[in-house]
Design a protein around this ligand. Structure first.
Ligand SMILES: Cc1cc2nc3c(=O)[nH]c(=O)nc-3n(C[C@H](O)[C@H](O)[C@H](O)COP(=O)(O)OP(=O)(O)OC[C@H]3O[C@@H](n4cnc5c(N)ncnc54)[C@H](O)[C@@H]3O)c2cc1C
Length: 455
């Protein structure tokens, strides 16, 4: 049977673009890709990249306050959102262009169109045209979820936040995950009066509990009005564009803007998966095996649409492994077991491996933890504290997890991740010479056992 293409990729985000490019340029496959919005996907257009640039922007008032403490005659004026937004748009256009050029160089045919599945080898474009392919890769990502009753109240999600015309004076952020917490810190840093509601007992569910508590304390100390165990009870959009909110704890206030970061769901609505007889998993995720193959042999799926670990480098690895497996003749899969990652709250959180709670359930462990005031902020007269933590297997001495709450901990955890991926033991950390004076030296100088669990 002949097909128009060897591969048709639906979705031009991190996973789809990598899979398309490698399949075409390294393995000579004839590839097409459809993208319905903007090339680069969530990470580039409305996720990691614009968010990190906002994180940078929000750090300047603190840096100037520190500069004063260090003896500089420094002051900071108002933040000009339209000016920032203009530069941001230009930068995102530039990055989108790089993604397009990469696909073009690899010989991938791009359709600027929505695509849906008709059958196991056929895709339909928005204009009704159909295209056939030996393999179809679904890489449609995810989308933010807002509880239905608040959807028509003019609230923002991370999709709209980068498109704001002006910076609000006050904002309510609803949610306790990493996106909600990062944006609470961003707005707070930009001088916006920031309130965060989270219905659970502590933000950043799923991460090391000590680190969660530490971050939440620091966020509050920095000025975020974080209200745990709190949800929205009533909400009303006012004529002047503000929003009145009554919380489940009885408190009420009016906010200039409300942002929901209450979770994301896989982008599978209306994709035609029912025609293939594919049963979806929790929240609409596409179930796949370790090679990202669905129950329909010609159809694969990578990235957030599979809801395995929703991070850009994971989507990229899954996309690359797909290309190696299907077109490179090298069966390859990404092992989701050890994922270093960073959360860009202020202070930042770098984490890899098991949390203390997860490790405790698996066997006896030793925990080494140190909370201290780093030199840089201590000198500036700030009370900010950093946290460094190693979780060590009591039997093998292997470091099972490393958790750092400190400025630049994302950079530190990348390297700690290499050591842990190589199976480093606590003794390996101990015999590594400290780099002085740094914060990270604490990781190799923690000799006193903080606590032990198990036999
Ligand atoms: C605010 C925010 C911050 C984030 N920060 C980080 C971070 O700091 N670090 C990190 O690692 N990850 C971060 N992420 C997660 C990261 O962005 C995603 O994990 C990553 O983009 C997933 O890549 P993907 O290829 O699966 O999907 P996406 O990048 O979402 O790409 C999917 C693409 O498919 C397109 N599409 C969907 N349906 C169709 C269709 N039917 N036809 C054609 N095109 C379609 C979409 O328009 C989109 O462009 C963040 C996410 C958000 C929302």
């Amino acid at each position: 049977m002949s097909f128009d293409y060897d591969l048709f990729v639906i979705g031009g985000g991190s996973g789809g673009v990598r899979a398309a490019r490698i399949s075409a340029s390294e393995y000579g496959a004839k590839v097409a890709l459809a993208e319905e919005y903007r090339m680069g996907g969530t990470c580039v257009i409305r996720g990691c990249v614009p968010k990190k640039l906002m994180v940078f922007a929000s750090g300047f008032p603190g840096a100037v306050a520190d500069a004063q403490a260090y003896g500089w005659d420094a002051t900071i004026g108002a933040f000009d959102w339209p000016a920032f937004r203009g530069r941001l748009d230009t930068e995102l256009d530039r990055l989108e262009g790089i993604y397009r050029a990469g696909l073009d160089r690899a010989g991938v045919t791009v359709f600027d169109s929505r695509a849906t599945l008709v059958d196991a080898h056929t895709v339909q474009l928005a204009d009704g045209d159909t295209v056939t392919a030996r393999h179809i890769l679904i890489a449609t990502g995810g989308t933010p979820v807002v509880p239905e009753k608040w959807r028509d109240m003019g609230v923002m999600t991370s999709n709209e936040v980068f498109l704001m015309d002006r910076l609000p004076k006050s904002i309510l952020i609803v949610g306790g995950g990493y996106i909600a917490s990062e944006f609470a810190c961003i707005f707070n840093g930009l001088g916006v009066k920031t309130t965060q509601f989270y219905r659970g007992a502590q933000i950043l569910r799923g991460f090391d509990e000590e680190a969660r508590g530490h971050i939440s304390d620091e966020m509050c100390a920095n000025g975020v009005d974080l209200r745990l165990g709190t949800d929205i009870l009533e909400m009303e959009r006012r004529e002047d564009g503000t929003t009145w909110v009554k919380s489940t704890t009885g408190h009420d206030a009016t906010y200039d803007a409300v942002m929901f970061a209450t979770g994301r769901r896989p982008n599978t609505d209306g994709l035609g998966l029912d025609a293939l007889g594919l049963e979806l998993g929790r929240g609409g995720a596409i179930p796949v095996d370790k090679y990202s193959q669905t129950a329909v042999p010609s159809v694969f799926a990578v990235g957030d649409v599979t809801d395995r670990a929703n991070l850009t480098p994971v989507a990229i690895r899954e996309g690359h492994a797909f290309a190696d497996t299907v077109f490179g003749g090298k069966p390859t899969y990404f092992d989701h077991g050890l994922i270093p990652t960073a959360i860009f709250t202020q202070p930042e959180f770098g984490t890899v491996g098991l949390s203390e709670e997860e490790a405790r359930d698996k066997g006896p462990i030793n925990v080494y933890a140190a909370a201290f005031r780093p030199m840089h902020s201590l000198f500036a007269g700030r009370q900010a504290r950093a946290l460094m933590k190693l979780i060590v297997c009591a039997r093998s001495d292997k470091v099972l997890g490393c958790h750092i709450v400190a400025d630049h901990s994302g950079e530190m955890i990348q390297l700690a991740g290499v050591a842990i991926a190589m199976g480093a033991t606590k003794a390996d950390f101990d015999r590594t010479l400290a780099v002085h004076p740094t914060m990270a030296e604490e990781l190799v100088t923690m000799r006193t056992l903080t606590r032990s669990w198990g036999d």
